[in-house]
Design a protein around this ligand. Structure first.
Ligand code: RB5
Length: 155
């Protein structure tokens, strides 16, 4: 699978560790930045957006995005059409986010979870298939909200 990675300064170390871990399993890993640990020069929305746009365009199949909590970068990624990014701090949510929600981006908090737990969560995320069926209907309903508001003006 082609996997796009991105992080802010807080997530660089964990991102590199996960890229190595997933590349060793045969995945093709692309880093969309940030590459610089200087926290004056990066803002998580920039990198969440880059990885999310790569998923949206089909340049990569799925994404892994990392900031201090996973929250800010997932909020940014979820503004890109077609993105379903989920913050996970344990494997059960990662499994269900794939099986029931067809999540296409995994967000992690580098200041929340340790490296080995992050690897376990990523392993579950990248080996669990979407179950479809009644869950497909619900995911379509989520995406309908996005398309309903695409051209709307909010007063
Ligand atoms: C940066 O200090 C921090 O705010 C960021 O990594 C992230 O946790 C935001 O949600």
């Amino acid at each position: 699978m082609k996997i796009g990675f991105a992080s802010d300064h807080a997530g660089i170390e964990l991102k590199l560790a996960l890229m190595e871990h997933l590349a060793a399993q045969g995945h093709t890993c692309t880093d969309f930045g940030n590459y610089d640990p200087d926290d004056r020069n990066d803002d998580y929305p920039v990198y969440g957006r880059k990885a999310a746009e790569a998923v949206m365009r089909g340049e990569v199949d799925r994404g892994v995005i990392i900031c201090g909590t996973g929250v800010g970068i997932s909020l940014a990624a979820n503004k890109v059409p077609g993105i379903r990014a989920v913050v996970c701090s344990e494997p059960y949510s990662a499994k269900m986010a794939r099986a029931h929600n067809n999540a296409n981006m995994l967000a992690l908090g580098a200041r929340v979870i340790g490296r080995e737990l992050a690897k376990m969560i990523a392993d579950v995320f990248f080996t669990t298939e979407f179950e479809g069926g009644r869950h497909a209907r619900r995911v379509e309903m989520i995406m309908e909200i996005e398309s309903d508001y695409r051209n709307a003006s909010i007063d």
